[in-house]
Each structure stands twice: as structure tokens, then as C-alpha cells.
Design a protein around this ligand. Sequence first.
Ligand code: BG6
Length: 501
Amino acid sequence: MKQTQPHILVIFGASGDLTKRKLIPAVYNLHQKDLLGHPFAILGVSRTEMNDKEFREKMREFLPNDDSTSDFISHLHYQPIQTAEKSDYPKLSDRINQLKDKLGVPANIVFYLSTPPSLYHVIPEYLNSVGLNTEDDGFKRLIIEKPFGSNLETAKELNKDLLKYFKEHQLYRIDHYLGKETVQNLMVLRFSNSLWEPLWNHKYIDHIQITSAESLGVESRGGYYDDSGAMKDMLQNHLLQLVAMVAMEPPTIIDADAIRNEMLKVFQSLRPLKRESLNETLVRGQYTASHIKGEPAKGYREEKGVDPDSRTETFVAMKLHIDNWRWAGIPFYIRTGKKMPTRATEIVINFRPTPHHLFDTMDISLTKPNQLIIRIQPDEGLLLKMGLKEPGAGFNVQPVDLRFHYSDLSDAYVPTAYERLLLDCIQGDATLYARGDNVEQAWEFVQPILDEWAENPDFPLHGYPAGTWGPHESEKLIAKEVNGWRYPCKNLANDGKYCEL
Ligand code: BG6
């Protein structure tokens, strides 16, 4: 196991929701498992005036109420500064020096920017102004959350600005999907079993589906979401990362650059979607008012913070191709949406049917080609669908499931994405973080779509009632495939359009 060096974790935006809901609980769990190294300190930074004591009390909200929490809480500190004012940064640097001296912590620092993205351009510069980016006296790493730009141009600008003050090896761009245990398992499933790799190509796979469905709507994030939409919020990052994990070649070694080089090649091989025929390869939708389980459900345009005439998409489905040796001619269908009938993310590998139907008595509707379902969440696991003989006379083929559930590994602790990613960064492992060139390449693919939507007001935005699987048009997109979309349910083994409603 890698060693964790003594360090200080500086969280910008420490008075915000993400800090108390996700980051502090993640660090707490790492502390409980004794993974943080000694000594360590956490320094919360934001504009809100607070002292250490007040900050500690605020952070308790999402932590268990016991003795171990009090011990953990004693590692928390707080420094108010005007994060957008360069002149305030000496205060930060003084406070870090005091902490270093008092606790005997070296100058190993992880800066976590849990701030509005506009500050991604200034905080690195101001850290540079007080020498908090140099690694002469210890590592300095900078974690940033998506969005990494809002289009190709701003993504490039952001990378350029970050690289003025930090080197690429100091930058950790979080895509929390890569931190999910089940997403990492994809690599292990593929590359530690001799069973799959020979089949993992255009010769044996018919098509691949990736679905990331959410039952929630935009909740309290209407203001942010209305400027973003499903394409920028989910597809450009999380879904394309999943595509890359499924499609990449085996890396030469398990190392951040080797893996991210392979992922980059997938992004580079994505066939650009043609603007003139975009309507045939992409469907966008927006949820409309309806009833879910008998209760009225708001339409997107009625959500708080959303423009009542908004044309922002809350659903997007797309057919894409990867033009390389392995995937020539194989369609990938990907879709994501809010206010769907359930919350489920899964990858469905649809294998080709047998070349010859030997058992001609078999009911064609029962003899679905083999499917391997890799469930990312919830009910994490694997499901392999195959045909076996029905007991008794004749050769009737019956579909059966081979299943594995992560929950069966009852003694294995599954860390949350934030735990895994924070620890990796503290230990200097960027494998599960997005590299700048990967992010730009993913934007390169998405940009023509954004341009078409911006420049062609007639591009259809289909309504779909909240609580359904998106516009009918998304079914047409996949109509050529015998079984269409798989509609996942909460339980891995089940499928069907409305199992949760
Ligand atoms: C975030 C998006 O990146 O991912 C949210 O901004 C979305 O809109 C969330 O709800 C989904 O993450 P998860 O882990 O719940 O699938």
C-alpha cells in the first residue's frame, strides 16, 4: 500500500455545501481508517467570517456524534479571506506557516477548489503570488471540480491559465465517476480475465449501451443547471469517461499516464457527429409536468432558478462510433436524463447472436443475444444473460441470469468516490483524475453539437413527462437494434420500463 505523507489539506469554498456534505465526511472516513498519515491538518478557507470553533461545529452536521468525531474535529482549522483578492493571500500563507510550525507538518499541501469555476482562474495565480505553488519544500497539488470550461475554447483557456502557475503533474481534475469503485472495476474486469478480452471487439460485440438515469430533477440547482444542461453536466464528462473505460486498449502498465494515454486515444477516435445530420444521431429532451406515483411533478421550466422559456436539455441520447481497429462499425448508444423512472447507471454489452439458430423450436422473443450488464449504481454488480436448456423433453432454450452483487462481498468496505479520489491525490496518484488533454479532446467532440444547438433554434427539443424514459425519439434512435434500450430497474436483475413507478 502507498504511504501517505504528513500534509495540510486546504479547502477553498469551505463554507459551502459540498465541503460539509461530501469532503469532510470523506476525510473523516479516511481518518477513521488511519489512511491520512500523521500529522495532518485541514484548513478551511472562504469569505465567511468564522473562527476555528465555529467551523468545527458547522462541519459536525454530517458526521457521527461520538468520541472519534471529536478527535477528528480537532484537526480542522479555518481562515477567512477574500478569495478573489490577491492582497488577502499573505494572510493565507501566514496561517499555513503557523500551522506548519505548530503541528510540525511539512509544506506538503493539497488545495481543493470547491468554489465557483470563475475562481479557478484567479486562485492559482494568487497562490503563486505568495509562493504556494512551488515544490521545493514539499508537494503542492491542486484539485478542481468540473466544469472544466463551458465549451472547447474556455476549457483550453482554463488549462492554459492553470498551467501558467502549476505543472500538469500538480493538477487533479475530479470526475467523480472515475472514483466510483464499479467504474474502476471495469478495468479489472476487462484486463484481469482472459475470458472477455478476446470477445471485446467488433467481431463479437453487436453494440454497447450506456445509461445514466436519475430520478431526481434539478432540485435546488436550477440556476446552475439552466446554463449547463445534460450535455455539459453529464455527457461531456461522466458518460464519455465511461465510454473511454469500456473502449480503451489495455494500458502497458497501471499508471496515471499509461491509462490516460489510452483514454485519450479513444477520445481522439470518436467519429465527429455531422451537424447536418445531427437529428439522426442525437435526441435532446426536457421534462414536462406530470404525475409520479399519483403526485404532481413539476416541469423543468417551473423549477426554481430556471428560465420559464428555457430550452436547456435535461435529457440527451446519442449514437456514436469509435473509428479504430477494435470498434469499427459498432454503435455506442449513450443517454442520460433527469426525472426518469429510476436512478441507475449501467453499461450493457450486447453480444452478437449465434451465427446459426440451431434450436429452431426456440421462441425468438426469449432468445435474446447474450448481454453483459455492468451495473455502476445502485445494486452494484454484474449480470450475464445467457440461454440454457429448459429441463424436460426437447431443446427449449430458456434465458437465465448469472449474477454477482458487490454487496455479497460483505466484509469489503467500499469507499465513496470522494474518499478514493482524495486519498489518491494526497498520495500523488492521478490515475483516476482527468488529464487536461483528455478534457479538451472530449470538448472537441461535443463542441459541434453545442454550436448546432446555439445556431439552429429549430433543432428539436422534445418534451417528455417527468417520470418517463425520455422522448419517444430516443427509442427511434436505437430502433435498428433488436431489443432496443434496456430499461434498468433498481435491482440489477430486473428490467422493464416502469418497474419503479
Ligand atoms: C454531477 C452532476 O456531476 O453528477 C449532477 O452535476 C448529477 O447533475 C451528478 O446529478 C450525478 O452523480 P451520481 O454520482 O449521483 O451519479
